[in-house]
Write a protein that binds this ligand. Structure first.
Ligand code: PGA
Length: 250
């Protein structure tokens, strides 16, 4: 089955208004040069820039998303942002359970599931992130850990339209290390199988790979069976680095 790829950039805690506007402008102009895009393009900037960049990208083929949302719609949660607020600011996607959130903020699978459900409830597409640590990989627990995260972080009501899964081995994020294509193939096939027990349209769910994706390795990672796109950190900050990755999805 052919699944339209998604090439997503996660800017993490990087980006100020001026330089970011320039990067989005450059990305939009690259995308405009392509007559018919064969993939979806997404940038998840810090929350402070979602409104501005969504306005700038309105009507173009570049979508804007949040990096996190609160599980509740509103209320006494100082410093938090709801999915409805991201939607209101022009976002169309939201990450849930990035490993930096799971680690830095102690987010459990139940938290991630609740956030992904909030995202879907606000009509955002949830990108649920999963992935093993180095210790878990070295002790042979990768598939078990990924299964557990997929099963327990998947939002109720998940469909191939409202949910994307990103496999990001924790040890590959920001390290320049990537798993072999065989290892990625094994995990992605496993996730597809796991999802087929949980969803009726599992075959169409976009499964992204993330962790040290760059222009020089994107094509081989994207060619792996059941890899339907990429979640890119460092190499998404500059349009000139991100575009060659987008091209592998075209
Ligand atoms: P990286 O980050 O591409 O810088 O490794 C990926 C991510 O954390 O989403």
């Amino acid at each position: 089955m052919s699944v339209r790829p998604l090439i997503a950039g996660n800017w993490k805690m990087n980006g100020l208004a001026g330089e970011s506007a320039g990067q989005i402008k450059a990305l939009i102009s690259k995308a405009n040069e392509v007559a018919s895009l064969g993939c979806d393009i997404l940038i998840c900037p810090p929350a402070t820039l979602v409104g501005q960049l969504a306005e700038q990208a309105k009507g173009t083929s570049v979508a804007i998303g949040g990096q996190d949302c609160h599980a509740h719609e509103k209320g006494a949660h100082t410093g938090d942002i709801s999915a409805a607020m991201l939607k209101d600011a022009g976002a169309s996607y939201c990450l849930a359970g990035h490993s930096e959130r799971r680690t830095d903020h102690g987010e459990s699978n139940a938290d991630v599931k609740a956030k992904a459900e909030a995202a879907i409830g606000a009509e955002l597409i949830a990108i649920v992130c999963v992935g093993e640590t180095l210790e878990q990989r070295e002790s042979g627990k990768t598939l078990e850990v990924v299964s557990d995260q997929v099963k327990n972080s998947l939002p109720d009501g998940a469909t191939a339209t409202n949910t994307v899964i990103a496999y990001e081995p924790v040890w590959a994020i920001g390290t320049g290390k990537t798993p072999t294509t065989e290892d990625v193939a094994e995990v992605h096939a496993h996730m597809r199988k796991e999802l087929s027990t949980l969803m009726s349209d599992a075959g169409s769910v976009r499964l992204l790979y993330g962790g040290s994706v760059k222009g020089s390795n994107a094509a081989e990672l994207m060619a792996v069976e059941h890899v339907n796109g990429a979640l890119v950190g460092g190499a998404s900050l500059k349009a000139e680095d991100f575009w060659p990755i987008v091209e592998t999805g075209l």
